[in-house]
Design a protein around this ligand. Structure first.
Ligand SMILES: [Zn+2]
Length: 97
């Protein structure tokens, strides 16, 4: 579900941002906020909606190269750390990239 994916990506980016000390407040730093908004927009615009198969097999390739690299860095860091808590949404996110 898109709503679950949004919640998960937000947690992953927050964890990543916090652990890398990007920001001295509990808020996301500017770059991570931008990345989160970008990910939200891509989810909202995805024409496959909730029955999206897997972005890897999707012909649209909606992420720009730069954003894809940034989201991958977040996944590499936060994915394994959050896998036990949100196994299904993480697996679904791993298929996005
Ligand atoms: Zn950050």
């Amino acid at each position: 579900m898109i709503a679950d994916e949004k919640r998960t990506i937000k947690e992953m980016i927050s964890l990543y941002c916090r652990k890398h000390n990007h920001s001295c407040s509990p808020e996301l730093c500017r770059e991570c906020k931008e990345l989160l908004e970008y990910a939200y927009r891509r989810l909202d615009k995805c024409p496959h909606g909730d029955d999206k198969p897997s972005c890897r097999h999707c012909k649209i390739h909606c992420y720009s190269q730069d954003m894809r690299a940034r989201i991958r860095a977040v996944m590499r860091y936060a994915g394994p750390r959050m896998l036990l808590r949100h196994p299904l949404s993480i697996i679904s996110w791993l298929r996005h990239i």
